[in-house]
Write a protein that binds this ligand. Structure first.
Ligand SMILES: Cc1cc2nc3c(=O)[nH]c(=O)nc-3n(C[C@H](O)[C@H](O)[C@H](O)COP(=O)(O)OP(=O)(O)OC[C@H]3O[C@@H](n4cnc5c(N)ncnc54)[C@H](O)[C@@H]3O)c2cc1C
Ligand code: SF4
Length: 563
């Protein structure tokens, strides 16, 4: 039995830590540099704008650009994908009386909810278990919310630099000084094309990494500063579609069970979400833990299969798919949080730090709250005119005193219990939730997703054939993500190219964007993995399962508008 982790990618975090190389007078200097225009990074920029407005003396000390936000996507929102049923708590705290929740671009409060356990043909309604209760939460498109938050951040004085990826962490004498951005306009083999633009050193008094799931520099920083948590991080892969529908959906729906298999040997954990987006749209997604073992499992194709269920087919009847996307979600929870959320000159926020409550499928309000708290910690340090290591430790204290910490502690073993199979895991998870985390299950072992021994079944033979109306193949899905990655740019995926067949199959089936193909036998029992990096939608699954995603050229990737 192979394990993907036995075939590590040619990647060393050390290659992505550097001293500044631009001459001092050519470096771009900003006050606070935020990497990532997701809810965490934008909340950080908005809160800094509010604080600096009230303290113009501090703003003046921070120079011409007090706050800058780097975003690798075309614009804030383009790479964002979520459910999204959002707990509005953190938005209220961020905007206070400056904005009301119904001033934000949403699809209104959750109108009602149902939970079903599915079999191939039937749907058994069950009362929503406590983690799935969503009364008081609001429905959003995260890519739309991202664009809105981006505009508010700019109004507050932040400079947003889209199409710019942060490639290297600039560190000097043990202190983070900023980042080096990626080059643009290189060809497939790395040569400079006519439109070549070299990256730049961006230096800042404080750097906030808010890169979201599988954050490239966040991973580099965790290794460089020894911040990795007690348990390894693990992930789920979510694949979702947005549909225009003929009939409005009057509630949110979650499902468990089929098309996942309950047997313990498969380690298939997950479920689906179906949320109304106003009167004429619905989003449907499937989330599956990446510690699964079957190399023939494809979340993309399981979602296609899910849509053939009579209950779900009815919701989509007469409709049309208008967008598709995929992304991972960190799911290790409390025990996988970094030991510290700061290092000299550096703060870590949101999904990058693993702040997700997986049984509730919620991360947006933790991202926003952590971004707000990071802004306040950075501001406190800057107000005193210095950023020694201890000045930023107030961020850790603030996160530990916040609802982020309490909520994640309550469900601390939730992800691990499902390694014991669907039914035992479900019972233990319910016990934890009902007791608000007071039931002590002891510390459960956690293994990296890529360490799971593989098995190969014929699961892929039963995926439905794409009909282009209800069910789709991976390439038409990539098209529906608006992916704009240049065909001839350098490969941004680090991967061992000669591996046993089952590992190659795992990657080929897992990738929702058909980036990998199982190539020819190499004569030594291995096969070659062929890679088409321009299909990649940067979901991050490959990093969980034995490879490494690095940020591609700025401006590449999906251009989501509704996800
Ligand atoms: C399928 C799915 C369903 C979900 N459903 C829900 C839900 O219903 N409710 C809920 O609350 N949460 C949900 N979540 C979780 C939620 O979406 C995340 O917790 C949240 O988006 C995290 O915000 P973030 O700002 O930390 O990261 P992100 O939203 O991932 O944003 C990070 C940003 O940083 C940019 N970036 C990353 N690296 C770089 C770099 N090196 N250089 C420049 N830019 C960079 C990215 O392009 C991106 O724009 C769901 C997630 C998924 C995948
Ligand atoms: S190549 Fe990797 S990161 Fe890109 S879409 Fe496929 S699995 Fe996701």
């Amino acid at each position: 039995m192979s394990r993907a982790s036995n075939f590590p990618p040619p990647f060393s975090p050390r290659d992505y830590v550097a001293e500044p190389t631009d001459p001092a007078d050519e470096r771009i200097e900003v006050g606070v540099l935020i990497v990532g225009a997701g809810p965490a990074g934008l909340a950080c920029a908005i809160r800094l704008g509010q604080l600096l407005e009230d303290h113009p003396d501090v703003a003046e000390r921070l120079g011409d650009v007090p706050v800058a936000v780097l975003e690798k996507g075309k614009q804030p929102g383009s790479p964002l994908l979520s459910g999204a049923v959002v707990n509005p708590r953190a938005l209220h705290r961020l905007f206070g009386d400056r904005l009301r929740i119904d001033d934000l671009p949403s699809f209104g409060p959750v109108p009602g909810e149902s939970v079903y356990v599915l079999t191939r043909r039937a749907a058994l309604p069950i009362p929503p278990p406590p983690p799935m209760r969503n009364h008081g939460n609001w429905i959003f498109s995260l890519s739309q919310l991202g664009r809105f938050l981006g505009e508010r951040a700019e109004e507050g004085g932040a400079m947003i630099l889209p199409e710019t990826s942060a490639q290297k962490l600039l560190v000097s004498h043990g202190r983070v000084l900023g980042v080096r951005t990626g080059d643009k306009g290189r060809g497939r083999e790395g040569g400079e094309l006519g439109n070549f633009e070299a990256g730049s050193d961006l230096v800042a008094k404080v750097t906030v990494l808010a890169e979201g799931t599988q954050g490239h520099l966040t991973g580099v920083a965790l290794d460089r500063f020894g911040l990795r948590g007690e348990d390894p991080q693990v992930w789920e892969l979510g694949v979702k579609e947005v549909w225009k529908v003929a009939k409005p959906l009057d509630r949110i729906i979650h499902t468990m069970g089929w098309p996942l298999r309950p047997g313990r040997k498969y380690r298939e954990f997950g479920g689906s979400f179906i949320y109304p987006m106003g009167k004429d749209m619905v989003t449907i997604g499937l989330v599956v833990g990446l510690d699964y073992r079957d190399a023939s499992l494809s979340v993309h194709d399981l979602l296609q299969e899910l849509k053939t269920h009579p209950k779900i087919r009815k919701i989509l009847a007469g409709g049309e798919r208008v967008e598709w996307g995929a992304k991972t979600i960190p799911s290790g929870g409390f025990h996988s949080l970094p030991r510290r959320l700061h290092a000299p000159g550096l703060l870590l926020c949101g999904d990058g730090a693993g702040m997700v409550n997986i049984p509730r499928l919620k991360g947006v309000h933790y991202a926003i709250e952590s971004g707000r708290l990071a802004a306040e910690a950075a501001f406190r340090a800057l107000q005193r005119g210095e950023t020694p290591a201890s000045a930023l430790s107030s961020y850790d204290d603030a996160v530990r005193a916040s609802f982020i910490w309490d909520d994640l502690y309550e469900v601390r073993n939730m992800r691990q219990v499902f390694g014991r199979g669907f039914f035992v895991g479900g019972a233990l998870a319910s016990a934890m939730t009902m007791s608000k985390g007071r039931v002590e299950l002891g510390k459960m072992p956690a293994e990296p997703d890529a360490d799971q021994p593989l098995l190969v079944t014929d699961r892929d033979k039963s995926y439905p054939a794409p009909d282009g109306a209800l069910t789709f193949d991976k390439l038409s899905s990539v098209f529906a993500s608006g992916n704009k990655t240049r065909d001839d740019q350098p490969n941004h995926i680090r991967l061992e190219r000669r591996v046993p067949r089952d590992v190659a199959q795992l990657w080929a089936h897992m990738c929702p964007a058909q980036v990998y193909e199982v190539g020819p036998e190499e004569g030594d029992g291995t096969v070659k993995v062929d890679v088409a990096p321009s299909n990649c939608v940067q979901c991050g699954a490959i990093t969980a399962k034995g490879g490494r995603l690095t940020p591609p050229e700025g401006g590449s990737g999906p251009e989501y508008t509704l996800t």
